[in-house]
Write a protein that binds this ligand. Structure first.
Ligand SMILES: Nc1ncnc2c1ncn2[C@@H]1O[C@H](COP(=O)(O)OP(=O)(O)OP(=O)(O)O)[C@@H](O)[C@H]1O
Ligand SMILES: [Mg+2]
Length: 504
């Protein structure tokens, strides 16, 4: 996974997690506060109901005795109650709860409120039939624990209602030991929470998206220069030190300083390579004169040995001659490549018949081709002419042909040289059915000293300069060289040149 995606994912994830945690904590706080506010509102309402009941009771009839609620012969709940005034006189009031209830009903705002006596029996409710049946509520936790034992009376009780639904119970003390309580479905109390959770969820998602987007933004800010730095490092690792793109701006100090250090390192490497090239060039150049003397001495000794008929000497001289020739070729190639690189070898242009240029170059390989039973063919329009440096182009064709010969098999090798034009430029192609170039080498073989021969050392020869020379020569003409190759099937090298090469 890319670094930028990782950072964006992390930013999104951490914001989702923190939003989730906030939501979790917020939810718990909200539940508490909803219960508390339900308790306050409900308690308020129940207290006012209780007050009204007390007032109604005060205005009730005086009796002689106080005691528990009882149901009179008419089935209506009556409440013998010792009112403060009755207490003084030792009397009691028998209260008829239902009419009192009807008095307070308009104030209970459609709530399901119950009034129970000390046994937990219903003494007042909207449903008068249930009251008449003296329904027993003592089994409800809200009544047994909450209302009658008065536990946790300073907060709402989460419990089950008659139908075993989760509910919230709140109670208040009425007159004459009557307890009034309400049971509200839990989900009704929590209704605002669902809405708030949905809203908070939407906000959390929005915030997570914003954080993820910010994460992507900052991650890109870091990784874009890093990716450019990586691309630059790849170029440098391929030995390409002269390219645009070493200036990598970054708003982040660390990345900017890394890019700066990388540019400085590349610059130092470039200087070092320059020094190396200069040194090699100097050595190679200085080798040329003594080597020329050696070559002419060998030629002299050779003719001497020939006239003396000394076969042994002739054998060693032949070896010395071919080795010094190879060395001379290497030195010349190195010097020419250096000259082309520094623009010191400029094409000497003339109007050339492409066909005769190709035929002359091919002639040098005919003997070898027939000895190795390889087919060498040419396809070129007779009248094709171009302005180019004939000697340089001949060396390019020779390089391509020598490579093709080297990498095709005896007996089955087939090499075709073709030239054609599209009116603006002409292209010369040397194709073969040889072993081809492995894909990973395709972009490297034009670099100096690069050879695939590590793998094919049975044919190791040359210095790996032929294609470099050919590339530089094509470029000196304002053209380019390219390769198409498939390992095991063959290669095709094309040099595309403008018709009239400009003197660069
Ligand atoms: N026609 C081809 N088929 C297969 N591989 C090739 C072909 N032409 C070039 N190559 C690969 O490209 C490498 C570079 O070629 P180049 O001509 O630069 O060097 P060389 O032939 O090894 O040495 P030099 O040309 O200096 O004598 C070769 O070593 C070879 O591995
Ligand atoms: Mg070569």
């Amino acid at each position: 996974m890319k670094l930028s995606s990782k950072i964006a994912l992390l930013a999104g994830l951490s914001s989702v997690l923190s939003a989730g945690a906030a939501l979790f904590v917020g939810r718990a706080v909200l539940v508490e506060s909803l219960l508390a506010s339900h308790f306050i509102a409900e308690k308020d309402m129940l207290n006012s109901v209780a007050d009204r009941l007390s007032a109604a009771a005060e205005s009730g009839r005086r009796g002689a005795r106080a005691g528990a609620a009882r149901f009179a012969a008419d089935g209506k709940p009556k409440r013998p109650r010792q009112t403060p005034s009755a207490k003084k006189s030792g009397g009691y009031a028998e209260l008829d709860v239902l009419p009192m209830w009807r008095d307070v009903k308009p104030h209970i705002r459609g709530k399901d409120i119950f009034a129970v006596d000390t046994d937990g029996r219903l003494v007042a409710h909207d449903d008068e039939a249930r009251v008449a049946a003296a329904s027993d509520f003592s089994g409800l936790e809200a009544v047994s624990e909450g209302a009658l034992r008065r536990r946790r009376s300073d907060e709402a009780l989460i419990t089950l209602d008659e139908k075993a639904r989760k509910s919230v119970a709140v109670w208040a003390d009425g007159p004459a030991d009557i307890v009034i309580f309400s049971l509200t479905p839990y989900e009704d109390v929590m209704r605002p929470l669902a809405k708030m959770t949905a809203k908070a969820g939407a906000w959390a998602a929005l915030i997570a998206a914003i954080f993820a987007a910010a994460g992507i933004f900052f991650a890109r800010r870091i990784t874009t220069p890093l990716e450019r730095l990586r691309a630059a490092a790849i170029e440098v690792s391929r030995g390409k030190l002269d390219f645009d793109g070493l200036e990598i701006p970054s708003a982040d100090e660390e990345v900017a300083s890394l890019a700066k250090d990388f540019a400085a390192m590349t610059e130092a490497l470039k200087k070092l390579m320059g020094l190396r090239d200069d040194l090699v060039h100097m050595i190679v150049h200085d080798l040329k004169s003594p080597l020329s003397a050696i070559v002419s001495s060998i030629e002299f000794l050779n003719s001497d040995a020939q006239s003396a008929g000394n076969d042994k000497q002739l054998k060693f001289l032949r070896l010395a001659r071919s080795s010094s020739k190879n060395l001379m070729r290497l030195i010349e190639d190195m010097l020419d490549v250096a000259k082309l690189e520094h623009g010191k070898l400029r094409p000497v242009l003339s109007d050339v018949s492409v066909k005769s240029l190709l035929e002359t170059s091919m002639r040098d390989f005919e003997a070898q081709a027939s000895a190795e039973k390889k087919i060498l063919s040419l396809r070129c329009p007779d009248g094709l002419r171009a302005i180019c440096d004939e000697a340089l182009m001949r060396r390019v064709v020779s390089n391509l042909l020598s490579n093709a010969m080297k990498h095709t098999k005896t007996d089955t090798g087939a090499i075709e040289v073709e030239a054609k034009s599209d009116g603006i430029s002409w292209t010369l192609t040397v194709s073969d059915n040889g072993m081809g170039v492995p894909e990973e080498y395709l972009s490297k073989i034009f670099d100096k000293f690069v050879q695939v021969e590590g793998r094919r050392f049975q044919i190791r020869s040359g210095a790996g300069l032929g294609l470099t020379f050919s590339k530089l020569a094509a470029e000196a003409h304002g053209g380019e060289i390219s390769v198409a190759s498939q390992e095991g099937k063959g290669s095709s090298f094309s040099v595309k040149l403008p018709f009239s090469a400009v003197q660069l």
